[in-house]
Design a protein around this ligand. Structure first.
Ligand code: HAM
Length: 423
């Protein structure tokens, strides 16, 4: 029997993983310059972290969580980062100072979804969370950070959509209004939306089905129903985004698939992605700590899907063509030459220079040069009996094809001088 990886969970290696490293380090630089420090939480959490907090009617909690059931506990593989983050904040009293705290994470998430392009069962998210700041400026900052991440790759093919989903004061009357609107049309809605009608009528607004969208088009919109303080907050977010030179559009149909949002909700979408067009998204979640039975404090954040960003970068050819390759490939022809080159190769490696050496004893020079080519080494260094006799080594520049003879006595310093990634 052939054993394969779990569907929707990928192996990463080679050039693809090099590209991931490139992208990860650029994103971390953006977080660094905006003052966000990293937090890592375990992959496994008690089920209570998500059920009752993210929203029991959300797709994530209702049907997408991988569960591990033991005698005494039910654990789940983290389907999203915000509830885990909140659990950690409360556990370590990170909000206790009352001062704004900026955190980011880069973690695998697990959702039992039907895999398709850009939708995996194990995917990777960069997330950012800013706690203890209720200001609209904080919301604008988060949107700006996400925007800056895409800008840092020169990606322009995306849209920033923002909305306000109101607060605990103004959302319930809006939901009632929506229900009044959808009630007479209930039979025309898809099965999923009929289920949503009772507890999450707002989710009907972001149903992807054409028939539901057509009905939702004339539904009352939240922006005309939010209270005056939510309205003021929303207007200020927009003003700050304009100041930050972030191009955005208001989209009253952004409701997000998670229940904990209040006021600002946003999504970055891109046509480069196909059906799963959300590059990233987030919003404010001031009430989430109360869902953990604790006093509320303000928070806002976003999550960015790495796999989707990688698709966008691939489609637009914005991934670097060059990946790191060895500076040197050593070809010792014979035991004596090996005794000289093996310790030298280690010396260079210990100084941070990537240097390959062949352990093959029986192959000739032609084969060794092929290996140097295969690995894309900058230089190939060859020592055979003839060279040993003369106290010399033959260095070939694999890119230009030129050769030069170096003295064995000054080999280390000569190689260090030529190394591309010299220490
Ligand atoms: P989310 O919208 O569920 O939000 O996920 C954020 C991003 O993760 C999506 O925009 C998408 O790029 C990516 N994503 C989601 N599901 C998948 C999947 N199955 N395969 C590949 N990529 C996926 C959250 O998770 C919130 N915790 C974000 C947040 C942070 N809100 C406040 N703070």
């Amino acid at each position: 029997m052939e054993i394969k990886s779990v569907r929707g969970m990928n192996d990463l290696f080679g050039v693809e993983l090099e590209h991931w490293h490139y992208v990860e380090s650029k994103i971390k630089k953006v977080f660094h310059s905006f003052g966000y420090s990293e937090i890592r939480t375990p992959a496994l959490e008690k089920i209570e972290v998500f059920s009752g907090t993210v929203g029991d009617e959300t797709d994530i909690v209702e049907k997408q969580m991988y569960q591990i059931i033991t005698d005494s506990e039910t654990y789940v593989l983290r389907p999203e980062g915000t509830a885990s983050f909140m659990r950690a904040v409360l556990e370590h009293n990170l909000h206790g100072t009352g001062q704004p705290g900026r955190y980011f994470y880069y973690l695998p998430m697990f959702r039992h979804e039907r895999p398709q392009k850009g939708r995996l069962r194990q995917f990777h998210q960069f997330g950012a969370e800013l706690i203890n700041d209720a200001s609209p400026e904080a919301d604008a900052e988060l949107i700006t950070v996400l925007d800056q991440i895409y800008k840092s790759f020169e990606v322009t093919e995306y849209r920033v959509r923002i909305n306000s989903v109101g607060c605990i004061e103004c959302r319930p009357p809006y939901k009632d209004k929506l229900k009044d609107f959808f009630q007479p049309k209930l039979n025309e809605l898809c099965e999923q939306c009929q289920k949503r009608f009772e507890r999450s009528p707002m989710r009907i607004l972001d149903c992807k089905r054409e028939s539901c969208r057509a009905i939702a088009k004339t539904a009352p919109l939240i922006l005309s129903c939010i209270c005056s303080s939510c309205k003021t907050h929303h207007e200020r977010v927009k003003t700050c985004l304009t100041m930050a030179q972030v191009k955005f559009e208001e989209d009253p149909y952004i409701v997000r698939g998670l229940d904990y949002y209040t006021r600002t909700a946003f999504e970055f979408t891109s046509e480069l992605l196909g059906a799963q067009d959300a590059l990233g998204g987030g919003g404010r979640y001031d009430g989430l700590s109360s869902r953990f039975g604790k006093a509320p404090f303000p928070a806002v954040g976003f999550g960015l899907g790495m796999e989707r960003l990688m698709i966008a970068l691939q489609e637009t050819k914005r991934l670097p063509q060059t990946i790191q390759t060895p500076s040197f490939f050593f070809s010792p022809l014979g035991d004596k030459a090996f005794e000289l080159l093996f310790p030298l190769s280690l010396k260079l490696k210990r100084q941070g220079v990537w240097c390959e050496i062949s352990y093959e004893k029986t192959k000739g020079l032609k084969w060794l040069l092929k290996q140097a080519n295969r690995l894309n080494a900058d230089f190939s260094l060859m020592i055979g009996d003839e060279e040993l006799k003369n106290g010399s080594a033959l260095l070939k520049n694999m890119k230009s094809g030129t050769q030069e003879t170096l003295s064995i006595t000054s080999l280390e310093s000569e190689l260090l001088r030529r190394a591309t990634h010299a220490p």
